[in-house]
Design a protein around this ligand. Structure first.
Ligand SMILES: Cc1cc2nc3c(=O)[nH]c(=O)nc-3n(C[C@H](O)[C@H](O)[C@H](O)COP(=O)(O)O)c2cc1C
Length: 155
């Protein structure tokens, strides 16, 4: 006779401190939402990272309504497993007017997570920075495995 056990999801509460000193306590689970091949998550922000546009697929995958995202800092999507140094490097790159590319684990509203391969591009008018556009796609298995090993060493 074979027996099978259904594993209950692991759920815990984590308090995150953001770069601006604000804090948030979030529910975090180990439930992953797989990122489908060929789809893209897109958002726009102003120069400080405040969300000004989201596409429907971002709404679908993160679990927030459009009205809960617009006007919020992008850190609403931050997962506590993401080391702050990754975002420090991101902002240094963007502030120089360069494109940033990297792997990000994001937190869903319900505490679950999804990995993305992100490209953030500065937008300019008359050579003045006007904001940023982020396009995320599916992360390769190899890059994900590398990040799952490397990111915990960066805390
Ligand atoms: C266009 C754009 C998109 C971003 N997308 C994400 C994202 O999907 N997930 C995330 O954790 N941070 C994202 N960030 C970085 C956040 O602004 C923020 O730096 C990060 O969540 C860490 O929070 P903190 O810098 O407030 O500590 C994005 C920034 C920009 C400019």
């Amino acid at each position: 006779m074979t027996t099978s056990t259904i594993q209950a999801p692991k759920v815990h509460e984590v308090t995150m401190t953001y770069f601006d000193g604000t804090r948030r306590t979030a529910i975090v689970t180990d439930i992953e939402t797989p990122f489908p091949t060929g789809r893209h998550v897109i958002s726009h922000s102003d120069t400080s990272g405040i969300i000004t546009y989201v596409n429907q697929f971002l709404i679908d995958i993160c679990g927030y309504k459009e009205s809960e995202l617009l006007g919020q800092p992008h850190h609403i999507l931050r997962h506590p497993d993401m080391p702050a140094v990754i975002f420090e490097q991101m902002w240094k790159t963007l502030q120089k007017g360069h494109i940033w590319h990297g792997a990000v684990k994001n937190l869903r509203k319900d505490g679950g997570f999804y990995w993305v391969d992100a490209t953030v591009t500065p937008t300019k008018r008359d050579d003045q920075l006007t904001g940023f556009i982020s396009v995320r796609s599916q992360l390769s298995r190899e890059k994900r495995q590398e990040c799952e090993k490397r990111y915990p060493t960066l805390f």
